[in-house]
Design a protein around this ligand. Sequence first.
Ligand code: FES
Length: 165
Amino acid sequence: MSDDSFEPKIVGFLCNWCSYRAADLAGTARIAHAPNIRIIRVMCSGRVDPTFVFKALSLGADGVMIAGCHPGECHYIEQNYKAMRRFHMLRHTLTAMGVEEKRVQLVWASAAEGQQLAEAIDRLVADVKELGPLNWSKNWAENGDRIHALEDIVNEHNEAMEVLR
Ligand code: FES
């Protein structure tokens, strides 16, 4: 489905040490990208608990970007490998729940890669525009239980996602 008037809401969880700086660089270098992304800075891609993604989607986001340092360059040694494992489990779970896999994307961008990050944002926005609005929140009862239901799903996959509580 494609609707030219649809402007997706994208939530981006960006690692402080690389991708967030890449976004900063894109801004200072005036590298244009789609304005649809709302950035949340996290200290590392490994900090992105799967519930963050579920919560963003259930509260109205149409897509999510997780961005971190390139493999081998994580400031917390190998937490981005953990992010990668979680990401694959997360996408698998979301697909099983009817969420198209292109809506959640994992990106590597160093602090010097403002251009690459801008292009990745544009690609994600274009992919989600093509898919159309998610409207996931409408699939859930209008009460706080929806987040608990999602947390239950994550808890079931704790071991695979390496979520420590
Ligand atoms: S510090 Fe950037 S991904 Fe870990």
